[in-house]
Design a protein around this ligand. Structure first.
Ligand SMILES: [Ca+2]
Ligand SMILES: [Ca+2]
Ligand SMILES: [Ca+2]
Ligand SMILES: [Ca+2]
Length: 464
């Protein structure tokens, strides 16, 4: 850092001529006062004062040097010492990037020792009582100059000036750092300041979170929202990282909205779910049975109420309750019509001695049975058998009446027995009264007689 003497360079003859005229002008008035190099005579103050070469010389320092005025001279020092670019080593500290004062600032330089000057009149004080950056107070002490306050700093307009003891620093405000001598916004997003979403703004930044997260108090990281706390699900809720899931109780399925549960229509799954009828219910289903039935333990089958066993019937004491599938009936006491007489509570007889009984069946036996509608065919449904066997006799079994729909036929199973067979499906509800006849033929004694079983069949409405 050598002081460069520019006063007498012959770079520009015009400038030299101007300087010469300037000097002459000062000499001419005849005050008889001359100042040494670096000073000019101030008429008002009547003393030699320092020339600020940095202001008066258009190109006091060359190149990348900066001019610093000194008492009786000036200094050229590298500009780099004024603005030390400062870059934080790690990007995660959005701290103000204060330049290190130790790197040196103009006002913290030790002032150059003033050159000795020739004694002159008036004598110029060449030694300041305080070092540079301080000013002499009235009490004789040296006080720090607040360059920021007095606006005598050299911070550039993007910087802020911070006064220090004996000097000052130029700094960037928070959120900016010094790049190329200018305070430029820190792009915090580029350095991953935010965990999830980041928006850079001049001098700052703001973090936000993806849906399902909330910003932590540190304003940078995000944490999962436990959505289940707000009970968004109709039924069950499971919190997940960044979201949540709903599930539904048995018998329900998740709706398209993902939160509500809608009933499953189990009845639509299969028509065999219930024996009779399926009724969908919220979260379940139930089987119902027609009147006269109840739902069995399996929940789907229908079982006939036995109204006769349970006493849940309307039969009088004189009547006999007869239960069948899906209902019951009250059988009136047997009434045998003349010439028949009653021989038991379900049998009438026509006496052989009675002439009116000739060509009439000897006995009529009353029987009742029930039959399910739609029973698969063929089906053996009733047995009949001769109870009295006469030597030399044989028996013929036949349906004498009641088989108009031809649903039945009689199949002889032995010499003395036969089976009533259902040969066509029969649909209830209806009562079918069949007269099943057993004809006894004895050619030895030339006898032919018959007995009747009057079979009443209660065909149920339902196939169960
Ligand atoms: Ca920023
Ligand atoms: Ca969650
Ligand atoms: Ca259901
Ligand atoms: Ca019944």
């Amino acid at each position: 850092m050598l002081p460069e003497r520019r006063g007498f360079t012959s770079r520009s003859s015009v400038r030299m001529l101007a300087a010469l005229l300037f000097i002459l002008h000062w000499i001419q008035p005849g005050h008889g006062q001359t100042c040494t190099e670096g000073f000019v005579y101030d008429r008002r103050a009547r003393q030699c004062i320092d020339v600020d070469e940095c202001r008066t010389l258009p190109d006091a320092c060359r190149g990348d040097m900066r001019c610093v005025n000194q008492n009786g001279g000036y200094l050229c020092i590298p500009r780099s010492l004024y603005n030390q670019p400062y870059r934080p080593e790690t990007p995660d500290l959005p701290e103000p990037a204060y330049p290190d004062p130790s790197l040196g600032f103009p006002d913290t330089f030790v002032p150059a020792v003033p050159r000795s000057v020739e004694p002159s009149y008036p004598r110029v004080r060449t030694t300041a009582p305080c070092i540079l950056g301080y000013t002499l107070a009235e009490d004789g002490t040296c006080n720090d100059i607040d360059e920021c306050e007095t606006n005598s700093h050299h911070c550039n307009p993007t910087q802020v000036c911070i006064n220090t003891a004996g000097g000052y620093t130029c700094s960037c405000t928070e959120g900016y750092w010094l790049i190329g001598g200018q305070c430029q916004d820190i792009d915090e997003c580029r350095y991953g300041y935010c965990q999830q979403l980041c928006a850079n703004v001049p001098g700052s930044y703001s973090c936000s979170c993806n849906p399902g997260f909330i910003l932590n108090p540190d304003s940078r990281t995000c944490q999962d929202v436990d959505e289940c706390n707000d009970e968004p699900c109709s039924h069950g809720c499971f919190n997940t990282y960044g979201s949540f899931m709903c599930n539904c109780d048995e018998g329900f399925e998740l709706a398209a909205d993902g939160t509500s549960c809608i009933d499953l229509d189990e009845c639509s799954f299969s028509e065999f779910l219930c024996q009779h009828r399926c009724v969908n219910t919220p979260g379940s289903f139930s089987c119902v049975c027609p009147p006269g039935y109840y739902v069995y333990e399996d929940g789907r089958s229908c079982e006939d109420f036995n109204e006769c066993d349970t006493g849940n019937n309307t039969c009088t004491t004189a009547q006999v309750c007869f239960n069948f599938q899906g209902g019951f009936t009250c059988l009136n006491p047997l009434q045998c019509h003349s010439p028949y007489i009653e021989v038991s509570d379900n049998q009438c007889m026509c006496s052989a001695e009675n002439p009116a009984c000739r060509d009439q069946p000897f006995t009529i036996l009353y029987r009742h049975m029930d039959l399910s509608s739609g029973r698969s065919v063929p089906a053996d449904i009733f047995q009949m058998q001769a109870t009295t066997r006469y030597p030399g006799a044989f028996y013929i079994f036949q349906i004498k009446s009641g088989n108009d729909g031809r649903e039945f036929y009689m199949r002889q199973t032995s010499n003395v027995s036969a089976t009533l067979v259902l040969s066509r499906p029969i649909k209830g509800p209806k009562e079918v009264v069949l007269d099943l006849e057993m004809v006894t033929v004895n050619n030895v004694i030339n006898f032919r007689g018959s007995s009747i079983i009057r079979l009443t069949i209660f065909v149920s409405e339902h196939p169960f």
